[in-house]
Write a protein that binds this ligand. Structure first.
Ligand code: OAD
Length: 234
């Protein structure tokens, strides 16, 4: 049998990959996170300045949910994909389900619930299970701890590295993301222009479905393992 040719692959994941692990997506008609909390009340720097206690409560709740969640077959399949190909795994998710499934390296472009960031001096450390307005920065001592999450109006993390990987990719895939939030929603178009084949794996077509060459519809736990199996068969 001929050996498997290693491909350069960039995968972008969104809330849909964690839905079957019990974590709510953002824009679902029922049970979507933004339904119970208006976006501008919990996910902007202005919201944190106005009502830090509310913002901490919201993220404490999400952190507790993520801590109790287990990866599903889609997360495990992506860990397998990293063993067979040169994979850059980028997630918009702030949970740690890719890490729990064994993915060796994950770029958390929107930050992570496991992180704390000092709003006064920018020091970063591992968050406790709960934070509140009294949580002090271990470096400067200011009671200015915030979740290390990229809020609306802030710059996502590691963008240079992500654009470089996209430009070098043979294959780009977006899994479980609605394509509403930029810059992530622009990755497929950039990947296609740079010569990559672009695949969307999603329950419903995304906002930017036209940017993809190929669409696979269904639940992540079913369609991602199938797709990975095709890519890892010699
Ligand atoms: P959304 O909630 O906008 O979209 C979730 C997507 O997952 C939708 O397209 C669903 O069709 C799909 N989906 C739901 N269940 C699925 C399943 N079982 N299998 C496969 N697909 C499924 O979430 P994101 O696109 O990730 O940003 O949202 C992007 C960003 O918007 C988030 O990172 C967050 C939010 O505002 C910040 O917090 C900065």
């Amino acid at each position: 049998m001929p050996p498997l040719r290693r491909k350069r692959i960039v995968v972008l994941t969104g809330a849909g990959i964690s839905a079957e692990s019990g974590l709510a997506t953002f824009r679902a008609a029922e049970g979507g996170l933004w339904e119970n909390h208006r976006l501008e009340d919990v996910a902007t720097p202005e919201a944190f300045a106005r009502d830090p206690a509310l913002v901490h409560r919201f993220y404490n709740m999400r952190r507790a949910a993520a801590l109790g969640a287990q990866p599903n077959a889609a997360h495990f399949a992506l860990a397998d994909l990293a063993r067979a190909h040169d994979l850059t795994l980028v997630t918009q998710n702030v949970d740690d389900l890719h890490e729990k499934a064994g993915s060796p390296e994950v770029i958390h472009m929107h930050g992570a619930l496991s992180g704390a960031l000092c709003a006064a001096c920018n020091h970063r450390w591992k968050s406790a299970a709960e934070m509140d307005t009294q949580t002090a920065c271990p470096s400067c001592g200011a009671a200015a701890a915030r979740p290390d999450i990229v809020w609306f109006g802030e710059m996502p993390y590691q963008m240079e590295r992500i654009w470089d990987a996209i430009e070098a990719a043979d294959l780009f895939a977006a899994i479980g993301t609605s394509g509403h939030v930029y810059p992530a929603a622009g990755f497929a178009q950039h990947a296609a222009r740079s010569g990559a084949h672009c695949v969307e794996l999603n329950l419903e077509p995304s906002q930017n479905a036209r940017d993809f060459h190929e669409h696979r519809g269904g639940k992540a736990s079913a369609i991602v393992p199938e797709w990975v199996a095709e890519l890892t068969r010699p």
